[in-house]
Design a protein around this ligand. Structure first.
Ligand code: GUN
Length: 292
């Protein structure tokens, strides 16, 4: 079997097409969707992500405010920026790029973002709704992007065995909740660093979502014939054959394409969906403000 590719770029394009119409309706109602993106420090990968987010706003006609703060910024100053953005009535979404510098308490800062403007879906109020099975709050972008892409490809999850590799706040945990929620109805197992026999648990799964940050750990013998595999890992691995000395690798070995029925690879898979869902959350926040 050679897996069909789950093409996140094509799916993200279809999300953006739908958003164009919704943004026009907001603007006609006197509300231009507006996202603030805050980045602290010099992490090069984070700067690349933030630029892509700002670019997506430009493409869609969403206003963006890009706030860059130096590595040595104090936590008090970031707190003050978040409070100012919360109070700005022309602003609908606030995102603080993760990771923050080590001297900052990332969770405490995320908690300060007004839940209605929390377009990342990381605030306890939004995550709490998700735990309650309510899907009408702000949902974290990468896991909700995975769900949207699976739906777009016509992949049925009801009654399927799903394994989520990883239990992070940003991906693994919310991903498991979304897969098991009413409407998706998968039976979910979370595999993490302390799990015994991770490979054999994974090998029984109909659906595998890998978000552990270990390059190509999920080999072909981890995956059942005909399974659906979504790789959410983004790892830099040394590669002396490349001019820059490294290449991007996912958590899933490329040979898995020989076993899986569907594969979202790295690169070429779900990546663009994170930004598409961020745009959708921003538009949704603007629609609330406009009573749409
Ligand atoms: N860093 C990696 N992914 C994300 C994300 O979805 N949101 C934010 N704010 N930071 C990230």
């Amino acid at each position: 079997m050679v897996a069909q590719r789950l093409d996140g770029k094509a799916c993200a394009l279809s999300v953006e097409e739908e958003l164009h119409g919704r943004i026009s309706v907001c603007i006609a109602a006197g509300v231009k969707p507006h996202l603030a993106v805050v980045i602290v420090g010099d992490d090069p990968a984070s700067h690349v992500y933030v630029k892509s987010k700002v670019k997506a706003c430009e493409r869609l006609g969403i206003k963006s405010t890009h706030i860059e703060l130096p590595e040595a910024t104090g936590e008090d100053e970031v707190r003050a920026v978040i409070h100012r953005l919360n109070e700005d009535e022309t602003l609908h979404g606030i995102l603080v790029q993760s990771p923050l510098p080590k001297h900052m308490d990332e969770e405490a800062l995320t908690d300060l973002i007004h839940p209605a403007k929390d377009v990342d879906g990381f605030h306890p109020e939004n995550l709490g709704r998700l735990v309650q099975g309510r899907l009408d709050g702000m949902l974290p972008c990468t896991p909700s992007g995975v769900m949207r892409m699976l739906k777009w490809a016509g992949i049925e999850l009801s009654g399927k065995r799903a394994v989520v590799l990883g239990r992070s706040r940003i991906v693994g945990n919310p991903q498991a909740l979304l897969l098991g929620a009413k409407g998706a109805d998968a039976t979910v197992t979370v595999v993490h660093s302390r799990t015994k026999d991770a490979q054999s648990i994974c090998a029984q799964a109909d659906v595998v979502i890998a978000a552990i940050g270990r390059p190509e750990m999920v080999g072909v013998d981890w995956i059942k014939e005909g399974a659906v595999v979504v790789d959410v890992g983004i790892n830099r691995v040394e590669d002396s054959t490349r001019e820059r000395g490294w290449r991007l690798a996912g958590d899933v070995h490329p040979d898995v394409a020989q076993t899986a029925a569907w594969l979202s690879p790295v690169p070429g898979g779900v990546g663009p969906m994170t930004i598409a869902m961020l745009m959708e959350n921003t538009v949704r926040a603007a629609e609330h403000t406009a009573n749409l």
